[in-house]
Design a protein around this ligand. Structure first.
Ligand SMILES: Nc1ncnc2c1ncn2[C@@H]1O[C@H](COP(=O)(O)OP(=O)(O)OP(=O)(O)O)[C@@H](O)[C@H]1O
Ligand SMILES: [Mg+2]
Length: 273
């Protein structure tokens, strides 16, 4: 399988930094992918910020962080104070730099991790304070070349809100190659378009090489960044609370990272094998 041939579609005006959002149905491997990519980018000298946008909030532990990070959504008073102006209007550029110091943690690779927690659903027209705040956080996280932002999302993407999602360069949809993968992709595509994310690429996870999987993959019409085989190793990592990149085969993820670099920079910079 040579997924790189599908990549032409995404090679257009991405900026030097990478803002990636990872979405997909429950349990498909979003957090696994987010944590391993964060590790690989950090190992290659990128400044990585990973934001857990899932209510389950397990990205920090997948990145080996043992301390509890306070979810940003719990900072209601602070958000109000920073975002809401007199007469109920919102400040477009709220101060957030101190939030990074106070409410993030770094793992041993130097990946900076923030936890969003549960925020109100965004969607069309929503300009709730949390979204204005998150938008400022996204802007602040990324401002120079070799900055990478990874959002580990919930199954949907709608809670990002239109304005916030505009800052996302590429939505990575993770799918298992089962019967509903194609429908899921259509739904994710629709949702992402609704909130203004134009580019979608796919990672196929838990791949078992059989006819059905191959047939599903052949029907995917979006660019495929890579295919990760099914492996008990990830389950072991999860059960034992060990970051998956410490014990599992990284090769498929390195290929995905290289594909992403190719998408963004137009050449293969990755050399992490
Ligand atoms: N390639 C794989 N092979 C086998 N198991 C995998 C693979 N990738 C992930 N898993 C396992 O699948 C389970 C779900 O993975 P993960 O938590 O990354 O998914 P998720 O999409 O983030 O889930 P949620 O929707 O609950 O946030 C975990 O037990 C994980 O170890
Ligand atoms: Mg998850």
């Amino acid at each position: 399988m040579k997924p790189a041939k599908y990549l032409n579609f995404v090679v257009c005006k991405l900026p030097k930094e990478m803002k990636l959002a990872i979405s997909g149905k429950g349990g498909v491997g979003k957090t696994t992918l987010a944590s391993v990519l964060a590790h690989l980018f950090a190992r290659d000298g990128y400044r990585v910020t990973a934001i857990d946008c899932d209510a389950a909030m397990n990205l920090p532990s997948a990145l080996g962080i043992k301390t509890k990070i306070k979810p940003l959504s719990e900072l209601k008073d602070l958000i109000e104070e920073r975002v809401v102006m007199p007469l109920g209007t919102y400040r477009l550029n709220p101060k957030v730099d101190d939030v990074f110091e106070l409410y993030s943690a770094y793992n041993e690779d130097g990946v900076r991790v923030l936890v969003l927690g549960t925020i109100e659903k965004g969607g069309e027209g929503c300009f709730c304070p949390e979204n204005a705040f998150l938008r400022a956080i996204l802007r602040h996280a990324i401002f120079r070349e070799k900055d990478v932002l990874i959002l580990d999302m919930e199954a949907g993407v709608e809670h990002l809100g239109r304005g916030t999602a505009r800052g996302v360069d590429l939505l990575i949809a993770v799918v298992e190659p089962g019967s509903r993968a194609i429908e899921t992709l259509e739904r994710i595509k629709k949702l992402s378009e609704d909130i203004g994310i134009e580019k979608l690429a796919v990672v196929v996870n838990k791949f078992i090489d059989n006819e059905m999987s191959r047939s599903v993959i052949s029907r995917i019409k979006y660019p495929i960044l890579g295919i990760i085989p099914y492996s008990e190793c990830f389950i072991k990592a999860d059960i034992e609370n060990i970051p998956p990149y410490k014990i599992c085969d990284l090769k498929p993820f390195i290929d995905i990272k290289n594909a992403l670099e190719k998408v963004v920079y137009g050449k293969n910079r990755g050399n992490t094998a």
